[in-house]
Design a protein around this ligand. Structure first.
Ligand SMILES: Nc1ncnc2c1ncn2[C@@H]1O[C@H](COP(=O)(O)OP(=O)(O)O)[C@@H](O)[C@H]1O
Ligand SMILES: [Mg+2]
Length: 256
């Protein structure tokens, strides 16, 4: 069922995991959360990571994004091997090259939408590229809400601010863990639409963990995880195709 990659797509790798393993605990309580996972995330591609609960989706994302350590294997962001970095360098890489969107929007309540959007760059002491920030704000359609505080915004609007914040510093790659998990379907569709536009129109690279086939259908490609391993991938997914795959997969899970 795996279809060929979209023809003549640029194949620059934004992030790569090679034989990546992550083991929690020891002895009888040991859990192999990732079992020699190898995967590429290409530039200007929108990838969804799917799989049953506990299959290792968050662990994979956290390890590739430099938020968590791994037991063996390697992870590369651009040309940088994460395993070679000291804590301080890793913090800098996360700050400069990676954007994050979480399920909980994680906005600072005392700052306005605009201040939240530029906060990571303010902390890093970097001057925002105003033209870029303007185009991000235009794209997410928040121009008339920039002076509002998070409490004055709906959940969907808050998450759009969080997406703008992730995009604002023009990171090499954006990671989202269930970014629409707290949203109703309409707000979720808006946020997913923006993510997709950021890939199509701005050339962003996005990797999103989701358990929702409708959300996965916004991606260019879906990578399926089970028991800490990649079991399949699908290009140009539709919600129906993804749902069918998950069903077949659930059925297998029950009989084995
Ligand atoms: N901090 C932890 N300590 C021990 N086991 C963990 C920890 N975090 C995750 N796990 C285990 O690793 C496996 C993968 O978890 P996770 O990546 O969160 O799955 P998913 O995001 O697909 O639901 C699960 O079996 C989970 O219980
Ligand atoms: Mg998870």
């Amino acid at each position: 069922m795996t279809t060929a990659p979209i023809a003549d797509r640029a194949t620059t790798v934004a992030a790569r995991a090679t034989d990546l393993s992550k083991i929690y605990g020891q002895g009888e309580t040991q859990v192999v959360a990732l079992d020699r996972v190898s995967v590429d995330f290409r530039q200007a591609e929108f990838t969804a990571i799917m799989g049953p609960s506990g299959s290792g989706k968050s662990t994979l994302m956290h390890c590739v994004a430099g938020l968590d350590t791994f037991s063996s294997g390697s992870v590369r962001i651009g040309d940088t091997e994460l395993g070679t970095l000291k804590d301080k360098q890793l913090t800098k890489l996360r700050r400069d090259k990676i954007g994050f969107i979480f399920q909980a929007f994680n906005l600072l309540p005392t700052l306005t939408a605009m201040e939240n959007i530029t906060l990571p760059m303010d902390i890093a002491g970097r001057k925002p590229d105003q033209q870029w920030v303007d185009s991000v704000i235009r794209m997410i359609g928040l121009s008339d809400r920039l002076k509002h505080r998070p409490a004055q915004l709906s959940g969907g609007q808050q998450q759009r601010v969080a997406v703008a914040r992730a995009l604002a510093s023009r990171p090499e790659i954006i990671f989202g863990d269930e970014p629409t998990g707290n949203l109703d379907s309409r707000s979720g569709a808006e946020v997913l639409g923006f993510l997709r536009n950021s890939v199509r129109e701005l050339g962003q690279t996005v990797v999103m963990v989701t358990h929702d086939p409708v959300a996965a259908a916004y991606a260019d490609r879906v990578v399926f995880l089970a028991d800490g391993r990649i079991v399949d991938e699908m290009y140009r997914p539709t919600a129906d195709n993804v749902l069918d795959f998950m069903k077949q997969f659930d059925a297998k899970g029950r009989t084995s």
